[in-house]
Design a protein around this ligand. Structure first.
Ligand code: HEC
Length: 263
């Protein structure tokens, strides 16, 4: 018995240590919290649209099929064909990039990783911060850099939308003003992403608020791809709780009925 409890304690502390090590992933860098609503179909559809238009040219999502995505996200078939697919693709095809892996390696130095499971490996907050943290850097081979992922090989795929950012500096935690949630407040004309302060050198098609919303939609879509069942799990959960409540009420009525004879 003693040995068993010792084993249990060891296992427990090992798992606590492992989970805290995982939580500290992303090099312990400051990330912004993403607000996603996985039951908001419009948000997920928008994420899918951005993914297909801005990411699929380099990255695949080889565990996802177009028709499964359309079904889960309630995208009508005509819209799927018109907005999300190239004319040569079929509904049941996997979401594969058309860029040959060897060419990609030659161009970027690394093959862009498959993004099917990226939200499980990197966590949504990390992705949301990463996508907003690209800045102009003439010294890098692609002309871009990223304050969360230094010397990243990925160019800024969405500069047309976000605009072109330039680094002003890092946040000084001693003097930085924060709001009631502890979130740093950006000065007029500045944008704070993670622990870095940026300024827009060229504006994009979207305002910074619009771009943040688009990136939370995209992060929600990547998170859905990592675990498609999560959309249904919530509904199943609600039904299960509802059923249990109903069962409890029935049991209470039954108990009252039985005890009436005893008293
Ligand atoms: C021009 C090609 C290109 C496009 C377009 C592109 N990426 Fe990338 N991406 C890359 C490359 C190359 C890497 C590998 C970076 C490295 O390891 O230095 C990468 C890495 C990433 C990573 C980090 C993966 C990891 O865990 O290390 C994420 C997340 C990511 N891309 C998301 C996106 C999203 C979302 C889009 C669409 C908005 C997108 N990318 C568009 C080329 C691209």
């Amino acid at each position: 018995m003693k040995k068993l409890s010792l084993l249990l304690v060891t296992l427990l502390s090992a798992s606590v240590l492992a989970s805290s090590a995982l939580a500290a992933g992303g090099h312990g860098a400051a990330v912004d919290e993403v607000h996603m609503n996985m039951s908001d179909k419009a948000s997920l559809q928008n994420g899918a649209k951005i993914f297909v238009n801005y990411c699929l040219s380099c990255h695949s999502a080889e565990y996802s099929r177009y028709n499964r995505v359309a079904e889960d996200l309630e995208i009508p078939l005509w819209q799927l064909k018109e907005n999300l697919m190239f004319t040569t693709e079929k509904e049941g095809d996997l979401m594969k990039t058309t860029m040959p892996a060897d060419d990609a390696k030659a161009w970027f130095g690394v093959t862009p990783p498959d993004l099917s499971l990226v939200a499980r490996v990197r966590k949504p907050d990390w992705i949301y911060t990463y996508l907003r943290a690209f800045y102009l850097d003439e010294s890098s081979p692609s002309g871009w850099n990223n304050s969360l992922f230094e010397n990243v090989a990925m160019p800024h795929a969405m500069y047309e939308l976000q605009g072109v950012q330039r680094v002003v500096g890092k946040i000084d935690s001693a003097t930085q003003e924060v709001d009631s949630h502890g979130k740093p407040i950006a000065k007029e004309g500045q944008i704070i992403v993670g622990d870095t302060i940026f300024e827009l050198q060229h504006p994009g098609k979207m305002s910074s608020v619009e771009f943040d919303k688009a990136m939370s939609d995209l992060t929600a879509f990547l998170s859905y791809m990592g675990e498609p069942a999560q959309l249904k799990r919530h509904t199943i959960g609600v039904f299960t709780i509802g059923f249990l409540i109903l069962l409890m009420l029935l049991c209470m009525v039954l108990k009252a009925e039985y005890w009436r004879d005893v008293h």
